[in-house]
Design a protein around this ligand. Sequence first.
Ligand code: SAM
Ligand code: SF4
Length: 490
Amino acid sequence: MHDRTKTLFIETVGCQMNVLDSELVVGSLRRQGYELVHDATAADVVLFNTCSVRAHAEEKIYSALGRLRRHKRDNPEVVLGVLGCMAQKDQEEVRRRAPHVDMVVGTGQLARVPELVEEVKRTREPQYALSLGRTDGGKQEVAASFESFDPPRDASMRPTPFQAYVRIQIGCDKFCTYCVVPATRGPEQSRHPDHIVAECRQLAGEGCKEVTLIGQTVNSYKFDHGDGRRSRLSDLISRIHDIAGIDRIKFVTNFPKDMTDDLLDAVRELPKAVKYLHVPVQSGCDDVLKRMKRLYTVGSYREMLHRSREKVPGVAISSDFIVGFCGESEKSFEKTMDLVHEAKFKNSFIFKYSPRPGTKADDLYADDIPEEVKKRRNNDLLAVQNVNSLEDHKQRIGDTVEVLVEGPSKVGERQPAGVRQLTGRTMTDHIVVFDGHDRLIGQTLTVHIREASPFTLYGAAETGEVPGGELTPRDVESKAPAPRRSLPVL
Ligand code: SAM
Ligand code: SF4
């Protein structure tokens, strides 16, 4: 009998860590002969890589699982799996609410996915693979149960062939009171720098130009070699900087208290280090920060901002905020508005507080801010941020910047002569759109900035390749993408 190609569908919700995990899971299944399809009902294996940071992300997955209930009943041979944060945190709940799921695999066990898929097919029994909970054993034991999953990469699975996420740290030990990550991703562990450098070298060999080093608190990265030597993030960036072919090095997300001078010096001194820092502050009120257990004050955050800008002239800084956290009074919120107003962040990601069962905040404090108030505060904060973003962008009109071209913009339909609107990022992580040929994708170009909106810079590429030359302001108007709320992949 003809052996049909095995097919795989995966939906990913959440942060860069999840995007990378999905890339690696898909890579490992491809090596077993699976081909990716974009319709869940056409796949032999259907996987959901999940996020638990906010309730909304979880509900999205339960709805998707609900929609597949009948399909699974009619096609019992299909393997349905829930991976990642929800799997690690709520395996019982997943089993209860979606009993048709065959596989529940936590964040620290993803390397086992191919083996578990085979096991489901062989036995038709549900399979579970989870790491230990934070209080299920000693720290070493719990840490060991979260395996860092970084198998050989599958270049074709990356968002673009010339950009890649590289995990340098797993887990988190900060225990902010609102956050599930320490429970879903386990103890903080830094990866051996030699392994990271080897992975970056391999990526460079495959044509990757930009690496984004990822960790929950990436700037607290430290690896003790056991002989008195310690590698910090600044040391790691210096080593990656020496790799031929890698042109840009980014890192996310930073914890304010761990923004050390050696790191800022490295960002300033190393030309390939992107001059952009994502450093979430969460609130502009000390009382709220204390209840969040963020371990810094608004004053020390301001000092960090000042020091970063002094040490790295021109650095762009962005932040995250949670509005409507337990007990956030109007006065507290006003302080956050003041901070956003004065801090001049490049952009801010703003979230309404979502109480998470099992977290300290959910145990200790009432979720006492009504939804409408959270919504209003979200909008108010965003409005202040948008004014600042527009001001920042307007100051860049007339600048000439280096842009790594990422691909077509959202409105990038091809026009006559093969030109379309492309998008890319500057060395300060600003988004720039301009007209050009597809063959420019993956190249670093010089672009002259002509126009600005709160979300995007518009420019003209300096290249002999664009017939018709520069965009006029009128073209720019007509091609401008609809204003977009800037949201991270979370
Ligand atoms: N480790 C990063 C840090 O500390 O900045 C962030 C990780 S978290 C996945 C990303 C963002 O989600 C946080 O910065 C915070 O703003 C938001 N977040 C986390 N828990 C949340 C909750 N319970 N409700 C609303 N937003 C939350
Ligand atoms: Fe969550 Fe805080 Fe850790 Fe960030 S630092 S992942 S917000 S516990």
